[in-house]
Design a binder for this molecule. Structure first.
Ligand SMILES: [Zn+2]
Length: 437
């Protein structure tokens, strides 16, 4: 079994919430895999109208009729609505139904409900039950015994920093607050951890990298609000990683401007390596913490990589478990992100050391990519045409301004091939790569 899948199986069954015993347990497990630094924010802290929630857990959740337990909400982490208050008493069917939530499509599934995480001013009790059971409830009196505990605690934000040659930092973010769900977003957590492990093994890193694992919105709001301005200034961009384990194509969600370096690298890598991807503007695929990173005053370009289009049917339900997760999909996601990072790591401008037109086909240079003679073979492959045209233009880009990524986008050619090709110009002494930092 892959390390990613193994880690996923340990974390997703936990009773995760913004602040809970099990979320602390998840933090412990993750710290055993990567030496995360943990930032703590006390329950009750406020910022811009957001409040750090209490440490919460459910201890008993039964619905009884005629003395017989018809539902035990403790059997699955989604059985009790997160941050539900306690309630014990007798209720009518109509009253009971006001506090029950069910999945609209799957009769046997439990639906995920997280509204109370963010609205501490809305205090109510609630349980999630299978729709088939909901439909079978008949008239009469029900007894509810729902015991939950809310007490002061601390919200944990996990932060792993990997220093590179420059302080300019690329961020990764995934959330750890969805109880009992694997793809949303323990898949994003394990892919993030794997990427950081592999980056840590690299001998050379131009960029610094930082992984933030935290409760959705709340974690990043308080993390950023408490971060020194000089650290924030090093953030070049980031990506939210989510829903990466199921069978579907990749969905790339652009940053707010859609024009950042990280947008370009992601798009170039994905479009060259996958024939079918979904691409959409900021917040048009799936909503996560990109609104926090991109918020005014921070404006950190934040893309999202997921497989969330179309949305998988098990989303926000108890059916989002390990059965829908594929190890090869997690691996593909990790490799894809690392492929995007390879572009960022090698992207550069070029300094020219010659003047005038160079005879590329002279064996002294051997830089001419021969295309088929149209008189012999009238059809020239599309890609070959692009490379032929590139040879006409390339030397003008050795201007210390145009980047390799800009060239790959403009000429719709593979970045890695372009890099190798320009490397030959460097070997012949025609250009030098402008190292920054
Ligand atoms: Zn979610």
């Amino acid at each position: 079994m892959s390390a990613m899948f193994d880690l996923l199986k340990k974390i997703y069954p936990l009773r995760l919430a913004p602040v809970s015993e099990d979320t602390d347990k998840a933090a412990e497990i993750l710290c055993g895999v990567l030496p995360f630094q943990i930032h703590e924010y006390a329950s009750g802290l406020e910022h811009n109208g957001w409040t750090v929630p209490q440490k919460w857990k459910a201890v008993r959740a039964e619905i009884k009729k005629n003395g017989k337990t018809i539902y035990d909400g403790m059997k699955h982490p989604l059985g009790v609505i997160g941050y539900s208050t306690s309630f014990t008493g007798k209720v009518s069917l109509d009253e009971l139904k006001k506090h029950l939530f069910y999945h609209p499509v799957f009769p046997e599934a439990l639906v995920y409900h997280c509204d109370y995480y963010y609205k501490p001013w809305r205090r109510d009790w609630g349980m999630s039950i299978p729709h088939q059971l909901y439909k079978e409830l008949d008239r009469g009196e029900y007894e509810v015994i729902l015991e939950t505990v809310a007490e002061p605690g601390t919200m944990k934000v996990l932060d792993y920093f990997l220093e590179g040659e420059t302080k300019e930092t690329i961020l990764f973010n995934a959330h750890d607050c969805h109880a009992g769900q694997a793809n949303d977003d323990v898949s994003g957590i394990v892919v993030t951890v794997e990427i950081m492990k592999r980056l840590a093994q690299r001998k050379k890193r131009k960029y610094s990298y930082r992984a933030i694992i935290a409760p959705e919105h709340l974690g990043t709001v308080f993390y950023l609000a408490n971060l020194p301005e000089k650290v924030v200034k090093t953030f070049r961009g980031g990506m939210f990683l989510e829903m990466l384990g199921h069978q579907n194509r990749f969905a790339l969600q652009k940053s707010f401007t859609g024009e950042s370096l990280i947008d370009k690298a992601a798009k170039v890598y994905l479009t060259r390596n996958f024939s079918d991807i979904h691409e959409a503007d900021f917040r048009k695929v799936v909503g996560n913490d990109e609104t926090v990173w991109e918020a005014p005053g921070f404006e950190i370009p934040f893309i999202s990589l997921s497989r969330a289009h179309p949305m998988y049917p098990e989303y926000h339900s108890s059916l989002d478990d390990e059965r829908i997760i594929f190890e090869d999909k997690l691996e593909e996601a990790a490799q894809t992100v690392l492929g995007m990072l390879d572009i960022l790591e090698t992207d550069t401008t070029l300094k020219r050391h010659f003047k005038g037109l160079v005879a590329l086909s002279n064996p002294k240079y051997d830089l001419y990519i021969s295309t088929a003679d149209p008189s012999i073979r009238p059809t020239v492959a599309e890609d070959q045409k692009k490379w032929n045209y590139l040879m006409d233009c390339l030397c003008r880009y050795f201007d210390e301004k145009t980047t390799l990524l800009d060239i790959a986008i403009k000429h719709e050619i593979d970045y890695a091939k372009l890099y190798q090709y320009v490397k030959k110009y460097e070997e012949k002494g025609l250009v030098s790569f402008v190292e920054k930092g």
